[in-house]
Design a protein around this ligand. Structure first.
Ligand code: BGC
Length: 513
């Protein structure tokens, strides 16, 4: 049986959806710019908080502690609550912002959320670059977090809706691609600004966040809204025109019919977040929108993203070799994302999740055993190779799939709430890893990755048993995939009973025959 048919239980998937065209590609690239602000932020704070001039100005006690005890374990110098609050406050405000963005995205369109996100992030970048005290730093970080929350909530939804089914994986992964480019750009900027002698390098690092902010702010002004969203807000004629434009053909009747049906069902639903949390028929969506981001974070990826140079230093690599090694890791993070763009729509989401999981376990197991400071150069290089192998595995599996799968499995009425949940849980565990795993990192160093490897074993099994393949399935027909799944079908049955009372779009049998 062909893989497409497997996904829908032996039925042929519908043939509509169109091909990619220049308009769609440009649109998706511009929308994905929003990933740059998140990535830039993930990459910039670790470097800035290790700059002496920054510590002297804002966290003198941390600085004094560092100078007083030069032999202090490198990991432990970050163990200051105020300092980690600088990093983690962003993810807390992003968490709150995701929830607010959910309503704006649904009621006023995906574009407005992106525009608001870009503008608030821009304000945060300016305040941070001009900061003269800790309060300004924290206010700036909170605003950056609002920007990240709005963009992370709306952009994956936007990309999944605008892309033709056949290319949805590749287009949505543009978001992850921009995240990785943002991280690499931030690492390069820090590499350069750390050497600036005036001691103001950190201002440049923080201020340059304005560049990606401007890109998404200006870009979003020119983006079209998605047909799904236009329809959801009541303008059928305009929605159809937009669908024709993005699909590059007038022949969009079948797809439009699906959108109309999904939109009619969505209109009957109020308080989508509450329904997501409480209604049994939405259990699959709730489970994936909470567990996928949780699992994504407990791979330990952000311990590497935040602290790679510090980790490498404990192996005995010098300052500059450590920074160089983390740039190498960052580079392969970007390169590996291309693999998932190629594979996701050809071989499916499950194959990426499963291969990536196994590769991460092998790599984590290998570098988890490394000690500190006594490794030969060859052994240290081997550790860098395994860390890079881990980052690459994440970059083509849980990284992009963590943003793609939750948006594509939600019916229209839940999509915005589902993505708010996904982004919110993601932000929360990014915060938890950054804030609370530091003391573990201080004691266990690379050994911490055994704990993360145990999580990866569990989550790989979870995907194997519970995630149905969603490749090539039109977004408004996703319910069919769950109705045919050995485990989720009992929840989908509730959906069938409820069809006449509103809720998910009724099953359309014609195209799926
Ligand atoms: C994750 C981030 C992570 C990044 C690494 C994203 O998908 O959400 O937490 O830092 O990938 O590239």
């Amino acid at each position: 049986m062909a893989r497409d048919e497997e996904a829908t239980g032996g039925r042929k998937p519908p043939s509509y959806g169109g091909e990619v065209n220049a308009f769609i590609v440009t649109t998706c690239i511009v929308a994905a710019f929003g990933g740059l602000i998140f990535g830039y932020d993930l990459g910039i704070s670790g470097g800035v908080t290790s700059m002496d001039s920054f510590l002297m100005k804002f966290f003198p006690s941390v600085y004094r502690k560092e100078v007083a005890d030069q032999n202090q374990n490198m990991y432990c110098k970050f163990d200051s609550h105020l300092l980690t609050l600088f990093t983690s406050s962003l993810y807390l405000s992003a968490l709150v912002a995701c929830m607010c963005a959910s309503t704006i995205t649904r009621k006023y369109g995906r574009k407005l959320s992106m525009l608001s996100g870009g503008l608030v992030f821009l304000a945060g970048a300016i305040i941070n670059a001009a900061a003269v005290n800790v309060a300004m730093l924290i206010v700036g970080r909170l605003l950056l977090g609002v920007g990240v929350g709005f963009c992370n909530q709306s952009i994956p939804v936007y990309l999944s809706e605008i892309a033709p089914a056949k290319w949805r994986g590749a287009m949505n992964i543009g978001f992850q691609m921009m995240i990785t480019i943002g991280i690499l750009a931030a690492n390069l900027v820090n590499y350069w600004t750390a050497k600036i002698e005036s001691g103001n390098g950190w201002r440049i690092s923080l201020g340059l966040a304005a560049v990606p902010a401007l890109m998404i702010t200006v870009g979003s002004l020119f983006l079209p809204d998605t047909p799904n969203s236009i329809l959801e807000r009541g303008d059928a004629a305009k929605a159809k025109q937009m669908l024709q434009k993005i699909r590059g053909t007038d022949d969009v009747d079948a797809e439009f019919e699906d959108l109309v049906r999904a939109s009619a069902a969505a209109k009957k639903i109020d308080r989508p977040m509450r329904r997501l949390l409480t209604e049994r028929r939405y259990r699959p969506q709730l489970v994936f929108c909470t567990l996928i981001p949780f699992f994504q974070q407990v791979t330990g990826i952000n311990v590497v993203m935040f602290y790679a140079p510090v980790l490498f230093k404990t192996l005995g690599l010098g300052q500059s070799a450590s920074l160089m090694s983390s740039l190498i890791t960052g580079f392969f993070n970007v390169v590996a994302t291309f693999v998932s763009i190629y594979v996701a729509d050809r071989f499916g989401r499950r194959s990426l999740f499963l291969e990536g999981g196994i590769q991460m376990i092998i790599c984590q197991g290998s570098f988890g055993t490394s000690g500190t400071g006594q490794l030969s150069t060859a052994a240290a290089v081997l550790v860098v190779v395994f860390v890079t192998g881990f980052v690459m595995a994440f970059a083509w599996s849980w990284g992009p799939m963590g943003w793609l799968v939750p948006t594509e499995i939600c019916p229209l009425e839940l999509r915005s709430a589902g993505q708010a949940m996904n982004a919110g849980v993601n932000m929360f565990f990014t915060f938890v890893i950054g804030q609370f795993f530091l003391s573990l990192l201080c004691n266990l160093k690379f050994g911490l990755f055994f704990l993360f490897a145990a999580f990866v074993v569990v989550m790989t099994g979870f995907i194997y048993f519970f995630l149905p393949e969603t490749r090539n399935v039109p977004i408004e027909d996703m319910g069919e995939v769950f109705r045919r799944h050995w485990f989720w079908q009992k929840y989908a049955a509730v959906d069938d009973d409820d069809n006449n009372k509103g809720g998910s779009a009724p099953r359309r049998s014609v195209e799926l025959k």
